[in-house]
Design a protein around this ligand. Structure first.
Ligand code: COA
Length: 320
């Protein structure tokens, strides 16, 4: 059995922060951000939460699929920014959509989270454990960035995306995943709970810290490698892939990956100009956009790939 996507949904907060808005709070400008990243705007929560966004994306996916939420057996939420440690965001989603028979848990692998959750769902389905699984990526990066640090705050946005996988007979999904904890220092977002309770309150160290160039080089090297690894498992060729749906961190990273793979950039859809890097949410938000625009046709081959803090990276090849 394989998990076929039978419904998608996404949610981004209505409040928009443009590059010009950012230039009013840090020393930056629209031209610099666009040239280095491809980002033009980002959507930022104003009172919404990560699990609220996850729930809204899930409701839309349920509507798109036409299934009864009571059929959903498992809800996986990939997030590193849930507003509560517990209950987990997956249980909040369960409540929102009325998936009364589902089990649920959260999974944290930063920006790689959605692809790893998708792979986990595929593994459960191919093992015959579950038939209907909701997979969500949701993050509120605006709560994690230091809004006085121009090297990181320009990169991120908030949002959520969801996909429902339904078991069907068919070609299996092929997947791979890796981590390199030794290089974890390149991108960190520390828990505010570490070392016990601190009465003095705000702790600057808890914000995102990043060696931008190290992360850039890692992504440009490891994403093509893992795509080739999955292709070889599937006994498939690069030309067989119709859509490369990559984590939307930076236009230059995606262009460099396409170049390394000697594949036309038109096969690498992008929406980061509008949403920036929404961490675990980028891949499912993009999948939902492509689905709603009718750009994914039954039988087409889709390659997902995520990368990010950990360091972590993952990929999955499946048929739409
Ligand atoms: N606006 C204007 N100038 C900025 C700036 C900003 N927002 N941020 C940094 N700069 C300046 C730096 O201070 C530096 O100035 P200097 O030369 O006077 O010291 C100059 O721009 C170049 O900085 P550098 O860090 O070398 O730029 P870069 O070309 O590496 O681009 C990133 C920075 C962050 C855009 C790039 O490294 C990147 O995209 N990395 C990957 C990050 C990522 O995607 N992370 C998430 C992965 S999940």
């Amino acid at each position: 059995m394989v998990g076929k996507i039978c419904g998608t949904g996404s949610y981004v907060p209505p409040h928009v922060m443009s590059n010009d808005d950012l230039a009013k709070i840090v020393d930056t400008n629209d031209a610099w951000i666009r040239e280095r990243t491809g980002i033009g705007r980002r959507h930022i929560i104003k009172g919404e939460t990560t699990s609220y966004m996850a729930g809204q994306a899930a409701l839309k996916a349920v509507e798109d699929s036409g299934i009864d939420p009571a059929q959903i057996e498992l809800i996986l939420v990939a997030t590193s920014s849930s507003e509560t440690v517990f209950p987990c965001a997956a249980c909040e989603v369960q409540k929102t959509i009325g998936a009364v028979h589902a089990a649920g848990y959260d999974l944290n692998a930063a920006c790689t989270g959605f692809v790893l959750a998708f792979n986990t769902a595929q593994a459960y389905i191919s093992a015959g454990i579950y038939k209907t699984v909701m997979v969500i990526g949701a993050d509120s990066m605006s709560c994690m960035v230091d809004w006085t640090d121009r090297s990181t705050c320009i990169l991120f946005g908030d949002g959520a995306g969801a996909a429902i996988l339904c078991a069907e007979e068919g070609e299996p999904a092929f997947m791979a995943a890796h981590s390199d904890g030794v290089k974890g220092e390149a991108l960190t977002g520390l828990s505010r709970h570490r070392g016990g309770w601190k009465p003095e309150g705000e702790d600057k160290e808890s914000y995102i810290h990043m060696d931008g160039q190290a992360v850039f080089k890692f992504a440009v090297r490891k994403v093509p490698e893992i795509i080739e690894e999955v292709l070889s498992k599937a006994d498939a060729e690069l030309e067989d892939i119709d859509h490369f749906v990559l984590h939307q961190a930076n236009r230059r990273i995606i262009e460099a990956v396409a170049k390394r793979l000697k594949t036309d950039i038109s096969k690498f859809p992008m929406n980061l100009e509008e949403y920036a890097n929404t961490s675990a949410a980028t891949v499912p938000i993009l999948l939902d956009e492509l689905n709603r625009k009718g750009q994914l046709r039954r039988g087409e081959k889709v390659m997902l790939s995520g990368f990010g803090a950990g360091l972590t990276w993952a990929a999955c090849l499946f048929e739409w």
